[in-house]
Write a protein that binds this ligand. Structure first.
Ligand code: TXA
Ligand code: MG
Length: 333
């Protein structure tokens, strides 16, 4: 971006402007009660890809979708009794609930990193709430910092990290909580803690009337993988094997293409999709998970992926593809 990032006051005009920019697919940072978030419309894949580009994040994680209230959350996610109880007690506030994704929503597959579940949160910060109400669409928002830097609690922190990389910053006072939201998964029989944060374990257990299952403890048994709160179980893995840097397609494979030049052997492919015919990495990122899934459900046993340049978003695309191509836990023995 050539121009300085726009700084927007959180008055009625500013809120309306920020919401319109988000609806137009732009990147807008705004205060929440935990930290400043870098927002994009969760239904626009290329806008979501822009978040990764701006943050310089080398891998794709599923993101938290922020909504104005429980009614909007229920349009996107399926709430069991425990999820409903937690939402009633802690929303609006610094608690994120991971629930099954409601089929047929317009949420981009990049927002959920291709998963069938979604992380949802209703923030309590008045500026965030007003923006979400005015935008009328779920907004994914990771912390508004460059990858590897600390989370921003003031608009000036966001500016220092992301000026000219994002479209706007909505001003607000310091974020009161200062750490990210607590993440609780409501996918299993019992809710489990995925990430400690702004709401304490004791507060949650008090409402549930029993202890939270500990997803961290269960998964960290696998010493081969680093403990990354909330991430261990949260990556879509295709059933088909994935072959990278394919310059030639073998008979019976499905092909995931990139750019205008078809690889040799494409005629023999069982199915093929192009991440970006024009070779645009943002478009490719937006298509990645949905196309992997579409090729996977076509029933092929192997997906051949053409080389993707590793610059810019290509690094995150390559990271995700490398994980998809790695041996599965069940194949490790
Ligand atoms: O306080 C916060 O939560 C801040 C402010 C801006 O709201 N947002 C934030 O968002 O921290 P984000 O997108 O960076 O959090 C993403 C984390 C992932 O790293 C993962 O741990 C978890 O949320 N997550 C998202 N979707 C998930 C899913 N379907 N299953 C499991 N974990 C998920
Ligand atoms: Mg962060």
């Amino acid at each position: 971006m050539e121009l300085d990032t726009l700084r927007i006051d959180p008055d009625a005009t500013g809120i309306a402007r920020a919401a319109a920019m988000l609806r137009a697919g732009q990147l807008v940072a705004f205060p929440t009660e935990t930290v400043y978030g870098l927002g994009a419309d969760a239904c626009q894949g290329e806008a979501v890809a822009g978040i990764y580009e701006a943050k310089g994040r080398p891998s794709f994680n599923p993101l938290i979708a922020h909504v104005a209230d429980f009614t909007h959350a229920e349009e996107i996610g399926v709430f069991n009794a425990a999820a409903r109880t937690l939402a009633e007690h802690f929303w609006p506030g610094p608690l994120t609930l991971v629930v099954p994704l409601r089929p047929g929503t317009r949420i981009s597959a990049l927002a959920t990193a291709g998963l069938d579940s979604i992380a949802l949160r209703v923030p309590s910060h008045p500026v965030a709430r007003e923006i979400l109400q005015a935008a009328g669409t779920p907004i994914v928002a990771p912390s508004a910092n460059r990858s590897g830097r600390v989370s921003p609690t003031e608009a000036d922190h966001v500016w220092a990290d992301l000026n000219r990389r994002i479209d706007a910053i909505v001003e607000g006072w310091s974020t009161p909580v200062g750490v990210e939201s607590t993440i609780v998964s409501c996918l299993g029989a019992e809710p489990s803690l995925l990430r400690p944060g702004g709401v304490t374990r004791a507060e949650i257990e008090n409402v549930l009337g029993h202890a939270l299952a500990d997803a961290l403890a269960e998964t960290s048994i696998d010493a081969a993988r680093p403990v990354a709160p909330g991430l261990l179980e949260s990556h879509y893995a295709p059933r088909a094997a994935v072959r990278l840097n394919a310059t030639e397609i073998m008979p019976g494979e499905a092909a995931l293409l990139f750019g205008p030049e078809p690889p040799s052997g494409l005629d023999a492919a069982k199915a093929h999709l192009n991440l970006s015919y024009r070779g645009d990495l943002r478009e490719a990122a937006a298509n990645l998970f949905s196309m992997l899934r579409r090729l996977d459900i076509s029933g092929v046993t192997r997906i051949a992926v053409m080389p993707i340049p590793i610059e810019g978003l290509g690094e995150a695309i390559g990271d995700r593809l490398k994980r998809a191509a790695a041996p599965r836990p069940s194949q490790r023995g």
